[in-house]
Design a protein around this ligand. Sequence first.
Ligand code: PAF
Length: 291
Amino acid sequence: MQIIETIKETQDVVSGIRKSGSTIGFVPTMGALHEGHLELLRKARLDNDLVVCSIFVNPKQFNNTEDLDKYPRTLERDTDLLKSVGCDLLFHPSATEMYPEKATKVYDFGHLDKVMEGKYRPGHFNGVAVVVSRLFDIVRPDRAYFGEKDFQQLAIIQKLVQMDQIPVEIVPCPIVREPDGLAMSSRNQRLTPEERRIAPFIYQRLNEVREKAGTLPVGKLKTTIESKFKGQAAFNLEYFEIVDMQNLMPVKNWTDSPDIIACIATYLSKVRLIDNIILFRNFAPLKNRQD
Ligand code: PAF
């Protein structure tokens, strides 16, 4: 696996590959890789001739400096993991390489970046869009792989690609969970053993939502879940929303949209965790699905 730190060198390698008619699969990450990332890379490996991964902890998408400072950085381990799944090229730029000048671009994603994560992390999605657009411009992938755990990020990136007419196929990949249901996340590394023990409470509540979706009114189900979080001192719920999967608008009734997802963000002590669960696809309840 080649490890490259400069944009120029990366562009030289990928343009050579493109000229030979080979396809490029791309997995952008901020490192601290886990099984969720590895699944994206395995999928990219199956679909493409060349697999590129980027590791760049993007300062522009952090609105909290403590979160940026504490974000785990595990390059050596990440490199071994990338080799183990057959990644061909790791692009690992510095902040000055990525942002030689102040990035001033402001995107208009309409409602998509005003709700949920957008509401609690102002500027976050603009920072994500700036870096992803720059990375796409450097790597010029045929396909790029994103996890559904960051469901709103996925919606923003799909919108970005559509607005800027970027010729890349966005491939959404299912959430990968620990055996006890906790969604895999680089942030899980920051949980203490006791916090890690109780963290599956989040997925348990999401499963409860999936079980009760369509039987209780939306508002009642929402308040039931919110009050269960209030009863747990270690958790500080930021939001729990039941929304239309296409436009992320909250639904009031189960018939408001054919595709409905429940999304959650909560602090567990000092660590902010997000998760989601699909409740309906094409009006069909997903309560008996195993995942
Ligand atoms: O999901 C992430 O890890 C980041 O938001 C991304 C897409 C790599 C952009 O920095």
